[in-house]
Design a binder for this molecule. Structure first.
Ligand code: HEC
Length: 112
């Protein structure tokens, strides 16, 4: 590969890396906003999550549980115990919340 071509390749790969980061942070921001206030009832009433600065004690402490994306999604869609399903959230909002909770708690799997 000549110099111009390899420089272009490096530029392109760093640009696409940035695009991914920006999309991901928008998804995280959306999930955090839903967690702290957007979802109704708010997750913060019942759950402790350090990243969101919430200290609810009715549900399990999410920092300790570190639920994977799929586990959060299942809880939101089906409900668990006293936690009712979040029927009114869009697919995009459910995705953002699941990704956010898994990422904020450093779960093993933060994607579907
Ligand atoms: C009214 C209180 C309440 C609210 C509001 C609530 N939860 Fe829960 N949540 C609970 C309780 C209680 C459990 C444990 C249920 C059980 O294990 O029987 C739980 C369980 C969970 C679990 C673990 C599921 C599992 O597989 O064990 C996750 C993840 C979760 N909640 C995320 C959320 C998120 C995200 C929100 C906001 C969109 C939310 N919760 C809102 C009470 C609540």
């Amino acid at each position: 590969m000549n110099k111009t071509l390899s420089a272009a390749a490096i530029l392109l790969s760093s640009l696409s890396g940035m695009a991914v980061a920006e999309t991901d942070s928008a998804r995280i921001d959306m999930g955090k906003a839903l967690f702290t206030q957007g979802a109704e009832p708010s997750c913060s009433i019942c759950h402790t999550l350090a990243d969101a600065e919430t200290m609810g004690e009715i549900g399990p402490n999410l920092d300790t549980m570190r639920p994977d994306y799929d586990r959060v999604m299942r809880a939101l869609v089906n409900g668990v115990g006293p936690m009712t399903p979040y029927d009114s959230l869009t697919d995009e909002e459910l995705d953002a919340l699941s990704h956010y909770v898994a990422s904020a708690t450093k779960a093993d799997n933060v994607e579907p």
